[in-house]
Design a protein around this ligand. Structure first.
Ligand code: FAD
Ligand code: UDP
Length: 371
């Protein structure tokens, strides 16, 4: 008999949620992570009392009451509402695209005027079924907004022309004809009071964790430690890239501590021009309404992904999705390995979706294990 019921590769939200559920069902788990900390991409570093989101700004949002209650059972969430501002040629525009943005762009006052303006702009474009991100964006908001707030940001973020990107990416952003700057439509939203690490620590309470431990260094050994494996790393890596690499987009973060109280007055400011090399500046204290005399900001630079770099965003185009399917055909045939999370499922998942996916898989798995 193996020492553990489950060996879980990855201490991100998928791995920690699964581990928690398994422990609750009486299973013995070991969680390993190659990083020096738990939490995966939601990890925050305490810099003089400010929780710095080390792997990019994370705002929790969900429509699912069960998921909201689940996370709140580990840590209380504050009332933070994400309302980023976009800077284009020194002028500021509210996001997501709403009446404030339309007023700032065109001086329109009423929703009817804004709708007419967009309708007039898109009338001659004749886009019925958008085939790519550019067409989708033009259809949603017209050329003015596309040129000022979408094209430059999108093309530097993804390192590809907007005509070569899938349409679904831009559908993440709401378009509203109300004066509402909330970036999300979900019912529940906030930031854990005291930071995301509290959530990760709560999920892993009483569970053995080994950090700085790379599964790839001794696959046979780590597999031998458990009856079953839960793998949350990149799926192509698990199969030694036998069908070729899945592509990702990476990021580089530059953190700066400043001896001033308030640098930009908002947690997230996007820079939408293509010649500015970063996409956004994050001022972390504003996620938690911090009052420290100093501040920490982070420049987020998009980067070409190469093997060995952090694989932040899956490139869900046709070519990569086809390759992913080849890997999935292998993974579905594995009797004692479960795959999950943003990397193993190769999906542009938000946190609540990763938790949701882990809860469903844990329920199926643990129910089957019990019955
Ligand atoms: P990860 O957090 O990536 O965890 C996987 C873990 O596995 C990592 O810790 C990694 O080190 C470990 N691992 C991988 N391979 C191995 C190996 N071979 N051996 C050992 N360990 C291994 N979601 C939101 O809901 N709201 C947001 O505002 C938001 N903002 C985001 C901003 C950015 C810049 C990014 C990139 C993502 C954002 N997300 C956001 C998405 C969110 O980060 C993910 O949905 C979630 O954190 C994914 O959890 P995961 O467990 O699937 O993966
Ligand atoms: N986007 C944009 N302009 C902006 C913000 C976002 O064009 O000012 C587009 C861009 O293509 C981006 C997508 O909308 O990749 C989704 O934005 P989101 O903020 O959800 O991206 P994430 O936080 O996941 O990086």
């Amino acid at each position: 008999m193996a020492e553990f019921d489950y060996v879980i590769v990855g201490a991100g939200l998928f791995g920690t949620t699964f581990a928690h559920q398994a422990k609750k069902a009486g299973k013995k788990c070991l969680v390993i992570d190659k990083r020096s900390h738990i939490g995966g991409n939601i990890y925050c570093k305490d810099v003089d009392g400010i929780n710095v989101h080390q792997y990019g700004a994370h705002i929790f949002h969900t429509n699912d009451k069960n998921i909201w209650n689940f996370v709140n059972s580990f840590v209380e969430f504050n009332r933070y509402t994400n309302s980023p501002v976009a800077n284009h040629e020194g002028k500021l525009y509210n996001l997501p695209f709403n009446m404030n943005t339309f007023h700032q762009l065109w001086g329109v006052i009423s929703p009817q005027e804004a709708q007419e303006k967009i309708a007039e702009q898109i009338a001659s474009l004749n886009i019925t079924e958008p085939q790519n991100l550019e067409e989708q964006a033009l259809k949603l908001v017209g050329p003015d907004i596309y040129e000022k707030l979408i094209k430059g940001y999108t093309e530097k973020q993804w390192g590809r022309k907007a005509t070569e990107l899938p349409a679904f990416i831009i559908k993440r952003l709401p378009v509203r004809f109300t004066f509402d700057n909330n970036y999300f439509n979900d019912k529940y939203q906030g930031i854990p009071i005291g930071g995301y690490n509290k959530l990760s620590e709560g999920l892993l309470e009483g569970i053995e964790v080994r950090l700085n431990t790379n599964f790839g260094d001794d696959v046979a050994y780590f597999k031998s430690l458990g009856d079953k494996l839960v793998y949350t790393g990149p799926l192509d890596e698990y199969y030694n890239y036998q069908f070729g690499e899945l592509e990702y987009r990476s990021l580089r973060f530059e953190h700066k501590q400043l001896e001033m109280e308030n640098y930009q007055g908002n947690a997230v400011v996007n820079y939408t021009e293509s010649h500015i090399p970063y996409t956004r500046i994050i001022e972390h204290k504003h996620f938690e309404f911090g009052t420290q005399p100093h501040t920490v900001i982070t420049y987020e630079y998009p980067a070409t992904w190469e093997k060995g770099m952090e694989p932040y965003y899956p490139m869900n185009d046709e070519k990569n999705n086809r390759r992913f399917k080849e890997y999935t055909a292998l993974s579905e045939g594995e009797a004692n390995v479960l795959f999950g999370g943003r990397l193993a499922e190769y999906r542009y998942y938000d946190m609540h979706q990763v938790i949701g996916s882990a809860l469903v898989k844990a329920k199926q798995e643990l129910h089957a294990a019990v019955s």
